[in-house]
Design a protein around this ligand. Sequence first.
Ligand code: HEC
Length: 164
Amino acid sequence: MKTIVSLFVFLSAVFASELPEEFDKLLYEKGEKVFEKKCMECHEKYMDIPLLMKNFIEENNKLLNLKAPTGNEISFRLKQQIGSRDDMEFHLHQTNDFLKDYLYNPDLSKTICLEGVIRHFKVMPSMKGKITEEEIEEVNHFLYFLEGFNGVNKFFHKEELELK
Ligand code: HEC
């Protein structure tokens, strides 16, 4: 019993402290600044999913009056809809390619969002000439790690990513 308890304590410590090697704190912080400067005019960074669902599905966006999907919604849908999570390093490239294409050539036929969410919005204006490819890589890193994998990788929760 004692062995099982200490093994459990050991494993929880490992999982609580572990961030994947693909996570780059500096890039994440740069990306967060890009998001704050160039995206937050329309996108909120984070709101709880149940509240968002109530807003979009039951209240027709009248509860929160959002101008665009939130950062954490995008983070979740991006990882779920684009490419494959099998290889995180490659997945980051895949989400970056999607973001670059969407930011320069937005088109609702490419949407990764839920129909019940996206129907509240007109297409996003293109950011061609307003954001560099380097800034897109930074904001991609931020968006990728902003929201946990909702139960798939529990140690990715935002509390642990609130970096001081
Ligand atoms: C002027 C307002 C505005 C700004 C600035 C803006 N967005 Fe958007 N964005 C929207 C709206 C509205 C939507 C929902 C409609 C759509 O998907 O085109 C959206 C949707 C998106 C989507 C989801 C696309 C989809 O439909 O699947 C992504 C990803 C995104 N924005 C990323 C960003 C990033 C990153 C930035 C900053 C670099 C940014 N946006 C800046 C208004 C904006």
